[in-house]
Design a protein around this ligand. Structure first.
Ligand code: PHE
Length: 339
């Protein structure tokens, strides 16, 4: 009889069922009222005394594994019907996830940061809502200075003046106030000017300004740095510096890069000259250094500033600056995946 029980134990262990009906039939066969296990229990009193212990253990084992098996099979059947009922096939490969793209402004900005970080410039940032001191006065633009009109300003509040910064030179002032020379920093960020919106200009755009302050910094250092930049950025190192005016630099210059006249677009972009204006620059005015507690007799420095949006238009052949802020997915999808 013990052997018979062992055979049943093996049968229970091997049993597999697909449907709930099969499992129920199995349960009735073993654990039902008139099932095999109860039959064995009724046999118990007829078993010889010396075999009772072994026999008892064997039916208990059979009883436990049969119950365990039914429980397990039911759980399996439940989970598989859950998926079946939703019509899902869990072996199907997932939907491809679109990885998105970087905005052209970010691509250009990151490239510029990369180029200057290779020659020791760090990145500094500041607030977009500025006070008069950091945007104008400290930069050698006292009240009523006519050059304030060069940049039409959005005022948030007057007296004291609070405004949307018109350039990221304000970050340079903050940086000089809080750090001692040598200073090598670039400040990328969004700036605002009260200008009519068209294909060529917008009321907000992005700049990167650079500042280098140390002992004996000369105009030649500025020119070398700019040449290094245009070579790395555009693969072109032929530049020219045209005398210009900024209140915060003296002398000041406008930087043109020789773009060439190879294609029709080159002609259009450079108005037939081959030269393209890309930034303003100059030697930091001693008054600005003084305003930021840096001794102009000990230190000198240069600064430059460029618009990121215009460079992005140029590099990607984008014809309308407004596309950069419209968030049109068809436009954004055209830029390199962000990986
Ligand atoms: N801040 C100037 C502008 O916004 C650019 C500039 C920066 C010029 C630094 C010279 C030096 O036009």
């Amino acid at each position: 009889m013990i052997d018979k029980i062992k055979e049943y134990i093996a049968e229970v262990e091997d049993f597999q069922a697909k449907s709930k009906e099969e499992i129920e039939a199995f349960r009735i066969k073993f654990s039902g009222k008139k099932g095999i296990i109860n039959d064995f229990f009724s046999e118990f009193r007829n078993v010889a005394v010396e075999q009772k212990k072994e026999f008892g253990q064997a039916i208990n084992t059979l009883k436990n594994i049969a119950e365990e098996k039914v429980k397990l099979l039911k759980e399996e059947a439940d989970t598989s019907t859950q998926y079946q009922s939703k019509g899902e096939d869990i072996t199907r490969p997932g939907e491809p996830i679109s990885i998105g793209s970087r905005h052209p402004i970010s691509l250009v900005k990151n490239n510029i940061i990369d180029i200057f970080s290779r020659i020791g410039f760090n990145v500094s940032e500041g607030p977009e809502i500025e006070d008069d001191w950091h945007n104008f006065t400290a930069l050698n633009l006292p009240e009523y200075h006519p050059a304030r009109d060069m940049q039409d300003t959005f005022f948030i509040q007057t007296d004291p003046d609070i405004l949307l910064r018109t350039h990221t030179s304000s970050v340079q002032v903050r940086y000089m106030e809080n750090n001692k020379p040598p200073i090598r920093t670039i400040s990328p960020g969004r700036v605002y000017r009260n200008e009519a919106i068209s294909a060529r200009s917008h009321c907000f755009f992005h700049q990167v300004e650079g500042l280098y302050i140390d002992k004996d910094v000369s105009f030649a250092d500025l020119k070398q740095t700019l040449q290094y930049f245009t070579q790395e950025m555009f693969g072109k190192s032929k530049i020219r510096l045209r005398p210009s005016y900024f209140p915060f630099t003296e002398p000041s210059a406008e930087v043109d890069v020789y773009w060439g006249l190879e294609t029709e677009t080159d002609y259009k972009m450079t108005k037939g000259t081959g030269w393209l204006e890309i930034m303003g620059c100059g030697m930091v005015d001693p008054n600005v250094l003084k305003n930021c507690n840096i001794d102009p007799d000990e230190y000198s420095g240069f600064a430059f500033g460029m618009g990121i949006d215009r460079i992005a238009l140029l590099q990607y052949g984008i014809l309308d600056i407004r596309l950069l802020s419209e968030n049109d997915k068809r436009f954004l999808d055209q830029f390199i995946p962000a990986l």
